[in-house]
Each structure stands twice: as C-alpha cells, then as structure tokens.
Design a binder for this molecule. Structure first.
Ligand SMILES: [Ca+2]
Ligand SMILES: [Ca+2]
Ligand SMILES: [Ca+2]
Length: 232
C-alpha cells in the first residue's frame, strides 16, 4: 500500500469514527478525599472545601448556620463493618446535625454526580441529592434522587445516590442525609444532617470525537494541498 492510500485510509477512519460515535465521550472524575488532611470528627474546621482534579474543580460549602464541617477518618470509630472503598477520609457533618444541607459548585457543566452516603445504624437516614442549572443550588432543578438507610443496628449502612441529565448542564448540587425525628429510650433527637459523604463521582464531557473529526479533516486538507502542489 503506498503512502497516499495509507494517508487517505487514516483520514477516512477518523471521519467515520467521528460520524458514527456520539459527539462527546464521558469521563468520570472521582473525588475520594483521600488526599485531604484530617480535621476531626466534629471540630467544625471547614466552611469551604475546593477539590480540583483533571481540570474540574468542585467547591463544597454548607450554606446557612451552622456552616461548618470536617474531614474525618471514619475507621477511627473502629467498627469492622466499615467498607474499604471509603478509605480513611470522608466528609463529616457532625460539628452540627442541624438541617443545613451541603452545596457543591462545579467549575463547568457536568452530566452526572454520584455520592456515597453512609452511617452507622441506630438512626434511620433519609438521603437526597438535587441537581441545579446554576451555581449555589439555584436556577432550574434538573434532577433529584432520594434514598434511605435503615436504622436499628450498629452496623455500617451506605447507599450511592446519583443525579444525571442528558446533556451536561449541572452547575451545582444540594445534598444531605439524616432524620428529622429519631426516638430513643433516652429521648427524641433531631439529626437531619447526620451521615458521612464520600467518593464524589462526577461525569464530564470530553470532546474526543470532535478532535477525531478535526484530525480527519486536517489529514484530508494536507492530502489535498499535496495533490495541488504536485499538479503545479
Ligand atoms: Ca474516602
Ligand atoms: Ca444511621
Ligand atoms: Ca444518621
């Protein structure tokens, strides 16, 4: 096969690949918090946390009052049912269990977000994530999901919640897990923000197919120029 044929085949393959695949491919960025310093179980050391990975920044806050939270090693509690996938760093809301939800802003529109939410037994926990079109949990509510963790035991319970949209347009999420009313023999507790949060998995678009299309067009252009040069 001569060089021209190889060249044409390459350009054609790139163009066909671009034409037959979707316009974008998705890439999943996971913030597992393992690179963060531990602050404590309920020190209230943080009011804002910005995590950056693969060109995406996620800033977590807890708007309202109280607005503090921590990075904690949940294995310190020493419960053997704690899963390895959580590592040794998670977000702890335990500075205050009041109902100030977390908000996470993204530096660019994303397609989906999932969060692992977990807690030891005892109280049941109602979990939710809401996805919004603008920063700070404003704009249009694009998607929302709820789940629940069973109460009544000492073992670790956890769920992965995911919000997603067809085209990448999520700029922020709001999330929380806990219970408004938890009765025990020693009294009634209100702990609406009382789970740990970890493994934030964010799906972002990557213009891979568009770049393939570009390579295909560029290859054909070079081929056309060379042919023109040969004629003159
Ligand atoms: Ca972790
Ligand atoms: Ca619980
Ligand atoms: Ca709880």
């Amino acid at each position: 096969m001569n060089l021209r044929l190889i060249f044409m085949s390459f350009a054609f393959a790139c163009l066909m690949d671009a034409a037959t695949s979707t316009q974008v491919v998705a890439s999943t960025i996971v913030f597992d918090l393992e690179d963060q310093a531990q602050t404590g179980f309920n020190d209230g050391a943080l009011t804002s946390l910005t995590l950056t990975r693969q060109g995406l920044s996620m800033t977590i806050t807890r708007p309202g009052s109280p607005n503090q939270f921590d990075i904690y090693d949940v294995t310190d509690i020493g419960n053997p049912t704690f899963p390895a996938s959580w590592g040794v760093r998670s977000i702890s809301p335990w500075f205050s269990n009041d109902g100030t939800a977390f908000v996470a802003n993204f530096s660019k529109p994303v397609q989906s977000v999932s969060i692992d939410m977990g807690d030891f037994g005892g109280d049941p926990d109602d979990l939710f994530i809401e996805a919004y079109s603008e920063l700070d949990a404003t704009g249009t509510l694009l998607d929302s999901v709820t789940s629940q963790l069973q109460g009544g035991g000492g073992d670790w319970t956890a769920a992965t919640l995911r919000v997603s949209v067809a085209t990448p347009s999520i700029r922020s999420i709001r999330f929380m897990g806990g219970t408004e009313r938890f009765e025990t023999p020693i009294g009634v507790f209100r702990v609406p923000n009382s789970v740990y949060y970890d493994n934030f998995a964010v799906v972002v678009p990557e213009p891979a197919s568009l770049s393939l299309l570009g390579v295909g067009i560029a290859s054909l252009s070079v081929f056309a120029i060379r042919r023109r040069q040969r004629r003159t």
